[in-house]
Design a protein around this ligand. Structure first.
Ligand code: CA
Length: 221
């Protein structure tokens, strides 16, 4: 899961970053509301962990702006009890849940699982470029034809299909699929795109993965 952590206190942020990264999540941290907003509005996160008392304002404003922009990313508010004085108002505003500080990591991890569970509970079918990808059964097909992909190829294709229609840079792909942002390894992305094209492309149609010059790759929506 891709999680945006909006927290200005370094000590708390590093505690959460360490714990959730170890659980396999991909964390991005923002230390202020303005820093958080761009990533939050992009809709690319699976979950937002949000502190309310930020150096440049109130986290509630972020909740309000996201919901007003129809961004439905689940939001878990993490704040001191005296900052969450009106819990009902907070939920009405569009937050999904809250945890009061201090909290144990176990409790946070449980809430994170609960808020991101829908992906696991329901088979999720992604459709793009004539392909159907079942993220739970881990099957890729076109009509009645099924494709055999390696685990890494599957994860790469799933990421591109989840963002179908968007041009995605190699650095973002590296980070999302390989968990690294090391620039020296960036040609591994090109290599795996070639593997996928070899398996999925048909001679009479354009490639299922477009090259976006100067940017990266895109699966057409
Ligand atoms: Ca704070």
């Amino acid at each position: 899961m891709r999680i945006l952590l909006v927290e200005d206190e370094d000590r708390i942020a590093s505690f959460i970053l360490k714990g959730l990264t170890a659980e396999g999540h991909l964390l991005e941290r923002a230390a202020s509301g303005s820093e958080a907003l761009e990533s939050a509005l992009s809709g690319r996160n699976d979950l937002i962990l949000l502190d309310l008392k930020l150096p440049d304002g109130d986290g509630r404003e972020i909740v309000r702006r996201l919901r007003a922009s129809r961004v439905q990313t689940p939001i878990l508010v993490l704040s001191a009890l005296n900052e969450i004085n009106d819990k009902v108002a907070l939920l009405d505003l569009g937050a999904n849940d809250y945890l009061t500080k201090p909290f144990s990591f176990r409790e946070l991890a449980a809430r994170v699982r609960a808020l991101t569970r829908t992906d696991l509970a329901h088979p999720e079918l992604l459709e793009a470029a004539g392909l159907t990808l079942d993220s739970r059964a881990r099957v890729v097909s076109r009509g009645t034809r099924r494709y055999r992909l390696s685990a890494r190829e599957f994860t790469l294709l799933e990421y591109l299909m989840r963002h179908a229609g968007e041009s995605i840079g190699r650095a973002e792909i590296l980070e999302a699929v390989w968990g690294t942002s090391s620039y020296t390894e960036s040609n591994v992305v090109d290599v795996y795109i070639r593997y996928l094209r070899r398996k999925l492309d048909t001679p009479d149609a354009p490639s299922v993965i477009e090259t976006v010059r100067g940017v990266g790759y895109r699966v057409p929506a």
